[in-house]
Design a binder for this molecule. Structure first.
Ligand SMILES: *Cc1c(COP(=O)(O)O)cnc(C)c1O
Length: 356
């Protein structure tokens, strides 16, 4: 496929603002350009890189009525003047899994990778140089056919936008969060869209998120619809660490999103494994000290350490001493050292962005 370029002249580009921003927060800034392609008549066409700008879609665009939309999240890092992506092939494959679940067209993995690389090549100066900062990558796709009938759209837009982001934990980890274990809300149902990175899953989670906040908890730890098994945190997978150091991640079902961070940890740590975890056992093992650390895995923060769980009846379960444990730190250190390129990552995980 041809990639058309419609770029801002050098003097209109705005990346110099990065050096003036002392603290870059996550996801707030945009780079100068974005990638866009359209799906129509059964094929992807009109691939282009253009200045970051508004879309023009019909009021009847199906995404606005029936919510057919998905997204991805990945990161690029800079080292010694070169840019590197982290496992973006996995994101591209997962986008296609989500597309299948939502009856949206797939996008060839090679096409997604080339689109991203060409965009990153143009936007290299937008990658912050502060250690552990990154250029956050947000690919997404949505339905644009002007139709009020309920059926899969015949037209879509695929876009990749970039957001220069500061280190999630400036100066390293410092705090643990509290999670609410509730039977009142569920993120996903069997046979539903829980395994897709569907925008609608996030819309459906906001009420639970607000409820958690009203209970002074950061987020909800979701259970399955029978309230028996522990599932995930909504924008993160969940993990816990046993006294013997083993890392346990809930088994992937069709109600859990397959986190690339989780999958990477499973590949990197021989003592990491997946299990179906009963919430009653989990809470009991926190109380009796069998479980010593816990947290969430996801691209944005890599790890969010959890210090405490609160149940619907207000009972509190403090994990270990409630602080960040040494195993959690070790996982985090190894992971971000590989992303930085300080220690070697498995073949094909950290990929240099070509100069076109
Ligand atoms: C994106 C996401 C995650 C984290 O996945 P990563 O690939 O590690 O970023 C976990 N759960 C849900 C529901 C998600 O949407």
């Amino acid at each position: 496929m041809d990639f058309k370029l419609d770029l801002l002249p050098e003097e209109k580009r705005n990346y110099n603002c990065l050096s003036e921003l002392e603290t870059l927060s996550f996801g707030q800034l945009r780079s100068d350009h974005m990638f866009v392609a359209e799906y129509e008549d059964g094929e992807w066409k009109n691939a282009r890189i253009v200045p970051y700008q508004n879309f023009s879609i019909a009021p009847g665009a199906m995404v606005l009525h029936y919510g057919q939309a998905l997204f991805e999240g990945a990161k690029a890092f800079q080292r010694d003047g070169e840019l590197y992506t982290w496992r973006f092939d996995k994101n591209a494959e997962r986008l296609n899994e989500s597309a299948r679940i939502l009856c949206m067209p797939e996008i060839p993995v090679d096409f997604q990778i080339e689109a991203l690389n060409r965009l990153l090549d143009i936007e290299r100066n937008w990658c912050p140089k502060v250690e552990e900062s990154s250029l956050y990558i947000r690919p997404f796709m949505f339905a644009t056919q002007d139709s009020l009938g309920v059926h899969p759209s015949s037209k879509y837009i695929y876009c990749i936008m970039l957001s220069p982001s500061g280190p999630y934990y400036a100066g390293g980890f410092s705090n643990t969060v509290t999670l609410l274990v509730t039977e009142k809300f569920h993120r996903a149902t069997p046979g539903g869209t829980g395994a897709a990175k569907a925008c609608g899953n996030y819309a459906a989670s906001l009420r639970a998120q607000e409820f958690a906040k009203s209970k002074n908890c950061a987020q909800v730890l979701y259970l399955d619809t029978t309230n028996t098994y522990l599932e995930e945190v909504g924008a993160m997978n969940h993990f816990h660490i046993m006294k013997d150091g083993s890392i346990i991640i809930p088994e992937f079902t069709d109600t859990i999103l397959k986190s690339i961070t989780s999958q990477s940890v499973l590949e990197l740590f021989p003592n990491a494994r997946q299990e179906r975890i009963k919430i009653a056992d989990f809470l009991e093992q926190i109380e009796n000290g069998e479980i010593i650390e816990a947290g969430g895995f996801g691209t944005a923060a890599v790890i969010t350490p959890v210090g405490k769980y609160v149940t619907d009846d207000g009972k509190e379960y403090v994990v270990g001493d409630g602080e960040i444990g040494k195993h959690t730190r070790a996982i985090y250190e190894k992971y971000v050292s590989m992303q930085r390129g300080d220690i070697e990552a498995p073949e094909g995980w950290l990929v240099q962005v070509p100069h076109y």
